[in-house]
Unconditional design. Structure first.
Ligand code: FES
Length: 131
């Protein structure tokens, strides 16, 4: 239903930053439950992600989020919804670029300050976050 309403709002030319959604389930394929992130046996070949406060870095798996990698490395980024709406997993990205399917948990000020949603962030190149 949200996808249908978003499509209608887009047709009506409502600016995307004025469209807010709230979800209480997973809209995408079900993410792993907390603490049960499946570990791939293949070596990660994606961009290097650095967690500056923990002084840890690792390459990320294709389609893995910054939050999922942080769980593998025991970084301790807090989270709740895992679908991009609550904003609990906000972290500051000090370098790099990420793609996020859902950014509802960020307001314009967060974005201006370089905050990302770790549960949605998929790096497109080397990334450093303050975590
Ligand atoms: S855990 Fe809710 S926005 Fe990431």
């Amino acid at each position: 239903m949200m996808d249908a309403v978003k499509a209608i709002l887009t047709e009506l030319k409502v600016p995307p930053d004025q469209v807010k959604t709230e979800s209480f389930g997973s809209a995408a394929p079900s993410p792993a439950a907390a603490g049960t992130t499946a570990k791939s046996t293949a070596p990660a070949t994606g961009p290097l992600v650095t967690f500056s406060k923990n002084n840890k870095s690792s390459r990320i798996h294709v389609d893995q989020t910054v939050l999922e990698l942080s769980e593998e490395l025991d970084i301790g980024i807090e989270f709740s919804c895992r679908v991009g709406t609550c904003g609990i997993c906000k972290v500051k990205m000090t370098s790099g670029e990420v793609e996020m399917a859902v950014e509802d948990g960020l307001d314009p000020e967060d974005k201006a300050d370089g905050m990302i949603l770790a549960c949605q962030a998929k790096p497109t190149g080397p990334v450093t976050v303050e975590a």
